[in-house]
Design a protein around this ligand. Structure first.
Ligand SMILES: Nc1ncnc2c1ncn2[C@@H]1O[C@H](COP(=O)(O)OP(=O)(O)O)[C@@H](O)[C@H]1O
Ligand SMILES: [Mg+2]
Length: 321
């Protein structure tokens, strides 16, 4: 049982946790397109690979799978999720399980507009959204929406180009900064983050970890506190099952007056996952069990609450050969 972690970047902790879970039973292999990705050096073996957009990239990944006798593969970056899902059958032929969601779901979550349409169709509370400036302005004139609003690229990530617009002048400017921009009702209330694992074999939601985000910095949660809420767990489970996600996912939710508004899903380990792990939500062991053919028991809510996570910087030194 050997795991391949693609585009590991700076997610050192994720690699360390996997190595701890696998112990003597399997190896953890890392890749990145840059030799200066620190998480590379946490792996048992590592490979510097071409950029995922280069032709032949996936064949390089297949070669590593063969050479290292890989049994499971996952990626830590959004653009690679669909690529892995698309090649699920090719991986299967090599005896490798893709730890992630289907191609259709990876594409849906990458596109905030598609996700919004899905949530509306399935009656999940979410922020009213527009991709047409004219339609927004029409609704504004008719009193159906008011300022402030939130403007962001429908296919954006890492909080890039996200801004609040307080009036029409600001909105016109922000909207013109990209091709596929989305205007959203401004969400007040408490931001929540969910780390969730859906068993690859039983397809059941087996683990849900919830945190309140206290401080955000550069598009990531900088400080957060763990909490539990059975109503939230039920809502999340329903949402995840209805979508059909599998493997590890990360969900953003706004809580306002007791109502949960779903905002975003990333079908991968999110940057804030170490908080969940530190509180006892060990998803690496769940993945290891699945790779061994074992179905996991449900452990929803089995973690420590009231635990505050505070990020700080670390450095790694390597010798250039
Ligand atoms: N409609 C909204 N109202 C208020 N804040 C928002 C809204 N949408 C996003 N945000 C803020 O911007 C952050 C990034 O937006 P998100 O939709 O999660 O995109 P990304 O893919 O960049 O993470 C969120 O974590 C939240 O803090
Ligand atoms: Mg987000």
């Amino acid at each position: 049982m050997n795991l391949l972690i693609l585009s590991c970047g700076t997610r050192n902790k994720v690699v360390q946790y996997f190595r701890k879970a696998f112990g003597e039973e399997g190896k953890v292999i890392t890749t990145d397109c840059s030799p200066y990705a620190p998480a590379l050096y946490e792996g048992d073996h590592h490979y510097v690979v071409p950029r995922m957009t280069e032709t032949g990239y996936i064949d390089v990944v297949f070669d590593i799978c063969k050479k290292e006798q890989i049994t499971g593969v996952l990626s830590l970056i959004d653009p690679e999720l669909s690529l892995l899902a698309k090649h699920e059958d090719d991986f299967k032929k090599l005896g490798v399980r893709v730890i992630g969601s289907s191609y259709e779901l990876c594409e849906r979550t990458l596109n905030k507009w598609e996700m919004y349409l899905w949530m509306k169709e399935h009656d999940y509370p979410c922020a009213k959204s527009y991709i047409s400036l004219e339609e927004f302005k029409k609704d504004y004139r008719e009193g159906k929406i008011s300022y402030p609003v939130f403007v962001k690229p429908a296919k954006g990530s890492a909080s890039m180009q996200i801004s609040r617009a307080d009036n029409e002048e600001m909105l016109d400017f922000l909207f013109s900064r990209g091709d596929f921009m989305m205007i959203q009702e401004f969400m007040a209330g408490q931001e929540l983050g969910i780390d969730c694992y859906i068993d690859l074999l039983s397809k059941e939601v087996v683990s849900i970890f919830a945190k309140k985000k206290l401080v955000m910095r550069a598009g990531e949660t900088d400080k957060a506190i763990s909490f539990k809420d059975e109503t939230l767990f039920k809502k999340v489970e329903e949402f995840v099952v209805e979508n059909g996600f599998t493997g590890q996912i990360d969900i953003d939710i706004f809580e306002n007056n007791g109502c949960y508004y779903f905002s975003e899903v990333n079908p991968r380990f999110g940057g804030g996952y170490p908080h969940a792990y530190a509180c006892g939500a060990d998803h690496m062991s769940l993945i290891k069990n699945n790779l061994c053919g074992k179905v996991n028991e449900k452990i929803i809510g089995q973690y420590e609450e009231h635990k505050v996570m505070m990020k700080y910087n670390e450095i790694m030194i390597i010798e250039e050969k």
